[in-house]
Design a protein around this ligand. Sequence first.
Ligand SMILES: NC(=O)c1ccc[n+]([C@@H]2O[C@H](COP(=O)([O-])OP(=O)(O)OC[C@H]3O[C@@H](n4cnc5c(N)ncnc54)[C@H](OP(=O)(O)O)[C@@H]3O)[C@@H](O)[C@H]2O)c1
Length: 252
Amino acid sequence: MNRFTGRTVLVTGAGSGLGRAIALAFAAEGASVVAAGRTAASLNETVGLIEAADGTAAAVTADVTDSSRLQSLVRGSVDRFGGLDIAVNNAGILRGTGPVGEVSEEDWDAVLRTNVTGVWLAMKHEIAHMRENGGGAIVNISSNLGAHLRIPNLAAYITSKAAVSALTRAAALDHIHQGIRINAVSPGAADGPMSLRPGETDADRAERVKTENPLGRVAEAGEVAAAVLYLASPAAGAVVGTDLVIDSGSSA
Ligand SMILES: NC(=O)c1ccc[n+]([C@@H]2O[C@H](COP(=O)([O-])OP(=O)(O)OC[C@H]3O[C@@H](n4cnc5c(N)ncnc54)[C@H](OP(=O)(O)O)[C@@H]3O)[C@@H](O)[C@H]2O)c1
């Protein structure tokens, strides 16, 4: 399929994990991809993988907690590729593990600032362009932890992702009349470093999740990417403010 030929897609956190898989999937379907994050080396690797597969991409360093960098990121994407049609706000961190009473103020602030304010700021600048240019589609990467499921010792992350899920629905209502469709994907444990426990290998995780979720395995990064591409595609033209959970049945 070539659903995104002629489209420009911005992906934050595109230097690793799910963000990289999402960037590669869009590029494989014809999109020009702007891969954003804080680390040039990992973003360049993503771009290298896309170009090796005859795709088109550019790496841009930007911290999602920095509003002026995000504004330049959107402007730069438009200058480079002629527009911005789709944005995937995927950058996120998991810190501040442990009981609520023991979470440090520094970890709490960092998680909320990156995961919630970072998504809001990114949307703010993406929407500013899209509403003046015929609309677009935004997909925020939330988590099954938050609005859909709670487990002990992850309160900062859970609170941040519950906010991303709510923010997505609120933003969808505010901007659909401008032709901007906003939705979320909420993965559960997915193939990537974030779902590994300290010291755990991929094989250890595979063994652990056999009994931990109904499906008995984590989601592949490509399975999460497929959901993002669907929500960004014309086939999802009437899908507004949904939060698609992909968590192997954990929150079913
Ligand atoms: N993997 C899972 O099991 C899972 C499950 C549910 C939800 N999620 C969500 O999926 C998203 C991607 O997670 P992942 O598993 O792929 O983790 P990951 O490999 O750690 O990717 C996170 C990306 O975000 C970037 N990032 C972090 N802080 C940033 C900032 N301030 N500004 C710009 N970029 C920043 C990181 O790059 P730099 O450090 O280079 O900036 C990194 O490339 C996250 O929002 C996460 O919460 C993941």
